[in-house]
Design a protein around this ligand. Structure first.
Ligand SMILES: CC(C)(COP(=O)(O)OP(=O)(O)OC[C@H]1O[C@@H](n2cnc3c(N)ncnc32)[C@H](O)[C@@H]1OP(=O)(O)O)[C@@H](O)C(=O)NCCC(=O)NCCS
Length: 193
């Protein structure tokens, strides 16, 4: 059967769908995903976050990407420029989330590749992110797209009584050349807008 087409849109050209984003995030958190929340966020919190990220994107200080599979919103990710004046050339990829029902089809890869390309295009010097140490799929995905580990806080992430490492990854665009999207491993169906 022919795989469904993945379409990745720039958040600024997207008809906002906070309900669908809330559903994806709340379901992932309820399933134990490592996205910074312990309990699923409220609808208002998600709508507010989208407003903040899209305002920052309009100002050139962020990029939001959303992914569709067929006609259904199945994922999103964003980075924001650091607010601290001495860190302004750099940005942090704060969230990447794909609907659990659509995992393993190349959507996370397509979103991350588009966000990396956006960061380069925006002149970001260093793109950072952090990952919970047990999130092996995410760690593998980021490494395959050129991120490298620059540090780790042992047993730092608290989820109830459990503790996990917080792993810091970065990509320094001053030192790495762009890999064309077509040369990156993964399904050829990704179509960043
Ligand atoms: C991490 C996440 C975004 C990956 O999204 P995805 O659409 O499933 O990922 P992809 O299908 O694009 O796979 C990308 C890479 O991830 C890794 N990966 C994904 N699923 C995997 C699996 N079942 N086993 C091993 N590696 C896997 C592989 O390296 C894969 O690349 P490959 O297929 O070329 O080997 C998704 O699992 C998710 O939303 N997780 C919950 C939220 C989260 O952890 N976000 C990241 C926070 S830092």
């Amino acid at each position: 059967m022919k795989p469904e087409k993945i379409t990745v849109l720039d958040g600024r050209e997207w008809t906002r769908d906070p309900e669908a984003v809330h559903r994806i995030l709340a379901d992932l958190i309820a399933g134990g995903a490592a996205l910074g929340w312990v309990d699923p966020p409220s609808r208002d919190e998600v709508a507010q976050l989208l407003d903040q990220v899209l305002s920052a994107a309009e100002a050139g200080d962020a990029a939001l990407r959303v992914a569709y599979l067929g006609g259904r919103l199945v994922g999103l990710g964003y980075w924001r420029r650091y607010a601290r004046p001495t860190h302004r050339p750099h940005a942090d990829l704060e969230k990447l989330a794909v609907d659990a029902a659509a995992h393993g089809r190349g959507i996370g890869r397509a979103l991350t590749a588009a966000l990396v390309a956006d960061a380069r295009a925006a002149g970001i010097e260093v793109l950072t992110l952090d990952v919970r140490g047990d999130n092996t799929h995410a760690l593998r995905l980021y490494r395959s797209l050129g991120f490298t580990e620059y540090g780790r806080l042992p047993d730092f992430v608290a989820v109830g009584e459990r503790r996990y490492d917080k792993v810091f990854y970065m990509q320094d665009f001053r030192r790495s050349r762009a890999v064309p999207l077509s040369d990156q491993a993964g399904p050829a169906t990704a179509a960043p807008a």
